[in-house]
Design a protein around this ligand. Structure first.
Ligand SMILES: *Cc1c(COP(=O)(O)O)cnc(C)c1O
Length: 360
């Protein structure tokens, strides 16, 4: 068997140990005589799976007790509507920072429900940086302040959080979930689709400060009402059972491998290898300003579209797949989430060096 290194932005690689464990438990989960895919979500055996997923997540992320953890469906994109429906119900105002496609989509969705303002944007330079924020532009009585923490497509990340005072900060952390420690207490809510760094597609995890619940608009569909899911411990209806199970295995893997501090150390090492190469290459260069570079998503280009295409094709033949960049940036993007081993990035960098030599 030969496995590739998958640099996709998502769905993305899962730890091989997790896949092996899932395979071993496929037909008979812990003596239950059935697969996790087949069992009732109301059964005792499943209850212990979802409960341990939650407690492992709380432990790894050090989530304070006054936060609810919800396991939902619909992807991160569904939260773009759920967030205003649940929270845009005081002043009816909210602030958004536009740092890429995902922030833009969240902003556009929220515009349907209230008076939302884009307080800053980095659209002028294809979102290659995190814009400087001026507190004077913030709406003092906003119901919340929204950011996309790690910008998957453009490869930027907030190294410093905006100071929003008493206005709850809400962050989309889809592509940096569990990649390093995060102080959850600084946020009103963080959430993300699991398919980047946590589990297969189908699961969205929302972590919400309790005092923000219970304010949903009357028109909020039941399935988008966070309070309903919190009251029912994410079992209001059938949850994405199997994905939550894989999530549990990934969380166990994280714990066995030293938790989020250790993960950060690994991720910094991997990213440094790639960024150092880019900074010294005469053919390839990173597209993001150095101070806002993401540890997870690394876009890069050459000066020629033909060379870019040739690179992506030859890399794929060498077992380095999904390196094509997003169409709005062009070139390449390497997503190097938790499950990408150091050897995968080393192989990529070696391949880039060879390619540069052969084509210059
Ligand atoms: C992938 C991604 C999304 C969209 O996620 P879906 O689960 O496909 O809706 C939203 N935000 C960010 C930051 C992402 O990386």
């Amino acid at each position: 068997m030969s496995r590739v290194y998958n640099f996709s932005a998502g769905p993305s690689m899962l730890p091989e140990e997790v896949l092996k464990k899932a395979a071993a438990e496929m037909l008979d989960y812990e003596g239950s005589g059935q697969s996790v895919m087949e069992m009732s979500h109301r059964s005792k055996v499943y209850d212990s799976i979802i409960k341990s997923a939650e407690s492992l997540l709380r432990e790894l992320m050090n989530i304070p007790d006054n936060y609810k953890v919800l396991f939902l469906q619909g992807g991160a994109s569904t939260q773009f509507a759920a967030i205003p429906l649940n929270f845009l119900n005081g002043s009816g105002k909210a602030d958004y920072v536009i740092t890429g496609q995902w922030a833009k989509k969240a902003f556009a969705e929220a515009q349907k429900y209230g008076e939302v303002k884009a307080v800053a944007s980095s659209a002028d330079k294809t979102f290659s940086y995190i814009p400087k924020l001026n507190k004077a532009d913030f709406t003092p009585d906003a119901d919340y302040f929204y950011i996309c923490m790690n910008n998957t497509i453009y490869g930027t990340v907030y190294h410093e959080l905006p100071d929003t005072g008493d206005v709850p900060l809400i962050a989309d952390i889809s592509s940096c979930f569990l990649s390093e420690p995060l102080d959850v207490s600084k946020f009103g809510m963080v959430y993300g689709g699991a398919q980047k760094n946590v589990a297969p597609a189908g699961l969205t995890i929302c972590i919400i400060r309790e005092d923000l619940l219970g304010k949903a608009r009357d028109i909020t569909p039941t399935m988008l009402n966070y309070q309903i899911h919190a009251d029912n411990n994410s079992l209001y209806n059938t949850p994405p059972c199997y994905t939550i199970y894989i999530c549990k295995l990934v969380l166990e893997w994280l714990k066995e491998n030293g938790g989020l501090e250790a993960m950060k150390e690994r991720n910094v090492k991997k990213a440094k290898l790639l960024y150092d190469f880019l900074d010294n290459s005469k053919m390839f260069r990173g597209t993001v300003v150095p101070e806002d570079r993401s540890l997870m998503n690394v876009p890069f280009v050459t000066d020629s579209d033909e060379l870019n295409a040739k690179f992506v094709k030859e890399a794929e033949a060498a077992g380095l797949i999904n390196l094509k960049g997003h169409r709005t940036v062009g070139g390449m993007r390497a997503s190097i989430y938790n499950a990408m081993p150091y050897e995968g990035v080393q192989k990529l960098v070696d391949f880039m060096a060879e390619f540069e030599k052969a084509n210059s």
